[in-house]
Design a protein around this ligand. Structure first.
Ligand code: MRU
Length: 365
């Protein structure tokens, strides 16, 4: 996607094809900083500290993390150790495990002397594939927006609500939930996005609003609690969110607060779609509500907010509760499948059921 007229992906190799560049997402929207990852340690820090985040991008970073690790150490034991460390960086996003397993399955079939070259090739292929998959999600999702636009012409625009950031910054390019928005806008449909700020880390305010502004897409930032009111008052035509892990029964795990938006959407008969690549489906989990592990993050994320001081212009963290206040910080929640209108995948739109998913991914039967 374009940043000040220059085309960027969220992760790319340096010109020598060795170190890995990322956009440090902890510095957006106020600073655009590119970091270079040279070791597996750097990749682990980037994922753990959320310089990169969003399920597909976490997976892509882990794939390159293996490459960086193999530059230093190359035995079977060492590969297993690197893989374990990468997978344990964040527990909920299944793409992390998926990407690490994908590289391991490939390397297993070859001699260690070929691993480094093969790993770099596979990581690059995985990133290319992510872009193609997300673009296809965009096409399928844009068809839904186009149908709504036919009904809503009088209103003058289609209003879409999204939560967290599932745009190009959360993937290698295009995004999942925002890909349909970008595609619909390209097709000339007037789209307007309600961007949930997404406490505690404010991915909506920091990242989604930044992305949409850069792409020239009409949007407003709203506090997380505004969605119900907007929906009740006819101000939302459609919700689209991403997911960190979708269970085989169609239950959807996404950023904390997603479930409440789905409840409000159901109460107001507003379609609630989830956009995801096949790599985000956890076929081994039959019941998402019961079995998807929910990452619990540092209480400090609730007790402090980061932003730019209106007086000094300095980027800082400020404490928003009395010192000593205890906070609890689950990072994700699970929306039960019955609240999901449809799952927008690269292969088309599925009903949020096991049968629906299997109709698009019959090889998983
Ligand atoms: O904690 P984050 O910022 O990694 O959470 C990201 C989300 O919840 C996204 O909505 C999800 O990963 C889908 S990204 C295409």
């Amino acid at each position: 996607m374009l940043v000040n007229g220059q085309s960027f992906r969220s992760i790319w190799l340096d010109t020598e094809g060795v170190t890995v560049n990322i956009i440090d997402q902890t510095r957006l929207p106020h600073e655009f900083v590119v970091h270079s990852l040279a070791t597996v340690e750097d990749a682990i820090i980037a994922i753990t500290d959320m310089q990169v985040r969003g399920a597909p991008l976490i997976g892509a970073t882990a794939a390159y993390g293996i490459c960086l690790g193999l530059r230093e150490q190359c035995t079977q034991n060492q590969l297993e150790q690197i893989s374990r460390r990468l997978v344990s960086c964040r527990p909920t996003a299944i793409n992390l495990q998926w990407a690490v397993e994908r590289l391991n399955t490939l390397l297993d079939k070859h001699s260690p002397k070929d691993w480094l070259e093969l790993a770099y090739k596979e990581a690059a292929f995985l990133c290319e594939e992510d872009c193609e998959v997300n673009e296809a999600i965009g096409d399928h999702g844009a068809a839904i927006i186009a149908r709504l636009w036919e009904e809503k012409q009088q209103k003058g625009r289609v209003d879409i609500l999204t939560h967290c950031n599932a745009g190009w910054l959360a993937t290698v390019d295009w995004g999942t939930a925002l890909a349909p928005v970008y595609k619909a806008a390209q097709a000339g449909i007037p789209v307007h996005v309600w961007v949930d700020e997404t406490r505690p880390r404010n991915q909506g305010a920091h990242l989604t609003a930044w992305e949409l502004k850069a792409a020239g897409i009409d949007h407003h930032l709203v506090v997380d609690n505004a969605g119900g009111h907007l929906m009740q008052n006819g101000m939302v035509d459609l919700c689209i969110v991403g997911t960190d892990r979708t269970a085989a029964n169609g239950d959807v795990c996404n950023k904390i607060g997603t479930y409440l938006k789905a409840l409000a959407a159901a109460d107001n008969t507003i379609p609630f779609y989830v956009a995801l690549p096949g790599s985000t489906i956890d076929w081994s989990t039959g019941n998402g509500v019961k079995n998807i592990p929910i990452e619990e993050r540092d209480a400090e994320e609730v007790l402090f907010v980061q932003g730019r001081s209106a007086t000094t212009g300095i980027i800082d963290r400020v404490e928003i509760a009395q010192q000593g206040t205890r906070a609890y910080n689950p990072a994700f929640d699970v929306t039960p499948a019955h609240l999901v209108t449809g799952l927008i995948t690269e292969r088309g739109v599925a009903e949020a059921t096991r049968e629906g998913l299997l109709s698009l991914y019959p090889e998983k039967k």
